[in-house]
Design a protein. Structure first.
Length: 241
């Protein structure tokens, strides 16, 4: 069965969040095509992932010393209640990620990088050996499609004054490739100048922001299989991240 894991990380509510509306557009098109039985949603702001603790890192180092350990064996390697709790928090998130054919991640830029809520999820799911097959040593996410939907209040693309300030999308590209996602299966959709409609200093870039957001809506619908005839998007183009 085709499956989608939809992850949002914006601190803003849906009406104020560009990334939430863009990922919702993708999810809507995807569910229309595949149905809802394989759809899974995780809101990292409403249901935060706890920060990893010393017990998590201690368990991770112990497991890593044994090479690639099957997930089913990790419980037996825990060293007490604290490590057991950490693994109980971690294993369902890893399994959820492994079960998805497509992973959709909404990521606003906060202070030039990703939200802390998303980083907490990344730190927890990135457990040693979790994404390597213990028998074949092949990457378990090789065939997983990852769609990163990013929004930025300003402009950080090539040739802009703040091109070198972008620690959001380069980080996520590097992270998912390192996790084993194939380059051809990793897609990044960006909406820039999303604050041009409500920040006076950016007002002159309103048209650029509108065009960037319209392109982002079209891109997510196309990636979800919505097609060119199914690209409707909200008209409040100057909303926040």
């Amino acid at each position: 069965m085709t499956s989608l894991l939809h992850v949002d990380s914006s601190a803003s509510l849906a009406g104020d969040s560009v990334t939430r509306r863009l990922t919702a557009s993708f999810a809507d098109a995807w569910c229309r095509r595949h149905g809802t039985s394989g759809y899974r949603y995780r809101d990292l702001t409403a249901d935060p992932v706890p920060l990893v603790s010393n017990a998590y890192t201690t368990l991770g180092r112990r497991v890593e010393r044994h090479g690639v350990v099957p997930l089913a064996r990790v419980t037996a390697m825990t060293g007490g209640p604290a490590e057991e709790r950490e693994w109980a928090l971690t294993l369902p998130l890893i399994r959820e990620l492994l079960a998805a054919d497509t992973v959709l991640v909404g990521v606003p830029m906060y202070n030039f990088t990703v939200p802390a809520a998303l980083k907490a999820w990344i730190d927890r799911v990135t457990f040693p050996g979790a994404y390597v097959d213990p028998v074949t040593e092949a990457g378990r996410l090789r065939d997983t499609t990852v769609v990163v939907v990013a929004a930025r209040g300003g402009a950080y693309g090539p040739g802009t004054p703040r091109e070198g300030f972008d620690f959001q999308t380069p980080y996520l590209r590097t992270y998912f490739r390192e996790l084993g996602v194939a380059e051809e299966n990793l897609h990044v959709v960006q909406a820039e100048m999303t604050r041009a409609g409500d920040v006076p200093a950016l007002a002159r870039f309103r048209e650029l922001g509108d065009r960037s957001l319209a392109d982002a809506y079209a891109a997510v619908r196309a990636l979800a299989g919505g097609g060119e005839g199914d690209r409707a998007f909200p008209q409040d183009l100057g909303s926040r991240l």
